[in-house]
Design a protein around this ligand. Structure first.
Ligand SMILES: C[C@@](CO)(OP(=O)(O)O)[C@H](O)COP(=O)(O)OP(=O)(O)OC[C@H]1O[C@@H](n2ccc(N)nc2=O)[C@H](O)[C@@H]1O
Ligand SMILES: Nc1ncnc2c1ncn2[C@@H]1O[C@H](COP(=O)(O)OP(=O)(O)O)[C@@H](O)[C@H]1O
Length: 284
């Protein structure tokens, strides 16, 4: 595989179909219960394996963040260290997902990088080992490595496979950045939703415990959600700012998108319980 281009590795976004905050731990992190589903919209990565150990990232939007902070380069470096491979890579990122919107673009890029380079470098780590590496980069990385929609507990690392209905979603992207750390530090965040068993959670109405607070703090999120809720059952994903409405048919979601005021942005995507990354991996 050396020095060959390997094109079209998807890094799909995720939605948190529900998100419950159960408890703040001694270390400040929060115990969550959440349901992750992938959607058919994401970033795309291309790779060229090199023999000199160097790592280089190019992107359609220039510097995504400083190289030392970029989750793609951090993931590649971790895999090099863990496997002691002497190989390197040139990586091209086609960034399509909004950053910091609660749809997991950075985490998904990191997961795709780990899965793709593990295959291309032939470093032979298994999924559990890759998920462990990924967790050190972010709480949402393991679910992207696993590649299956999942119910998650802990800080997101304890995963149980589930298959929620694959709706069509209209995802709206409010023009505001919501910091995950800031929301989890806010004294007004409710953090006492009782832990429930999976069957009860799947059959109760789904909610996001961060939504009320984010809506209160960020009028742009409130306005966007108010608009969307007229068209479909709608909620916020993660700690925001993105919100999603669920539709039975693609056309219904597209019709709503066509009505979107010019000062709002969004896209239509399908919920998918198997990550598009799995399908790409199977093509090798
Ligand atoms: C809550 C979720 C749900 O998907 O939100 P989104 O980021 O997707 O919006 C994620 O698990 C977020 O994971 P991730 O984005 O990796 O969070 P991190 O960077 O690890 O955490 C940022 C900060 O948020 C707080 N934090 C994060 C996760 C958690 N379970 N409890 C916390 O208290 C911590 O203060 C941490 O320093
Ligand atoms: N490759 C990357 N893509 C996006 N964000 C990245 C990347 N590498 C590092 N980051 C940083 O991670 C933060 C969270 O990214 P992202 O996963 O998009 O947010 P969220 O989890 O809220 O959807 C960004 O604000 C950015 O500073």
């Amino acid at each position: 595989m050396s020095n060959q281009l390997s094109l079209g590795w998807p890094a799909p976004a995720k939605l948190n179909l529900f998100l419950h905050v159960n408890h703040r731990r001694e270390d400040g992190y929060h115990e969550l219960q959440t349901l992750f589903q992938f959607i058919s919209h994401g970033d795309l990565l291309d790779f060229k394996v090199t023999d000199d150990g160097s790592l280089k990232l190019h992107s359609n939007i220039g510097n995504v963040v400083a190289d030392s902070d970029n989750l793609i380069l951090r993931a590649a470096k971790l895999l090099q260290e863990r496997s002691a491979t002497e190989k390197g890579a040139e990586i091209w990122l086609d960034k399509r997902l909004p950053m910091g919107g609660g749809i997991g673009g950075g985490s998904s890029d990191a997961a795709t990088c780990l899965i793709a380079l593990n295959a291309l470098w032939q470093t032979h780590l298994n999924r559990t080992e890759l998920a462990e590496l990924g967790l050190s980069l972010g709480a949402d990385v393991p679910v992207f490595i696993n590649g299956l929609s999942a119910f998650a507990e802990g800080v997101g690392e304890k995963l149980i496979q589930v298959s929620p209905k694959e709706f069509w979603y209209l995802v709206l992207v409010p023009d505001v950045h919501v910091s995950t750390a800031e929301i989890f530090q806010d004294p007004d965040l409710p953090r006492n939703t009782p832990k429930l068993d999976l069957d009860s959670l799947m059959s109760s109405p789904w909610k996001n415990d961060c939504q009320e607070l984010v809506v209160k703090r960020y009028p742009q999120v409130a306005k966007t959600l108010d608009w969307l809720i007229e068209y479909a059952p709608s909620r916020m994903t993660g700690t925001g700012a993105c919100v999603f409405g669920e539709f039975e048919q693609q056309q219904q979601a597209l019709d709503a998108l066509a009505q979107l005021p010019s000062n709002m942005t969004g896209f239509v995507a399908k919920g998918t319980n198997i990550s598009p990354l799995e399908l790409r991996l199977a093509q090798l």
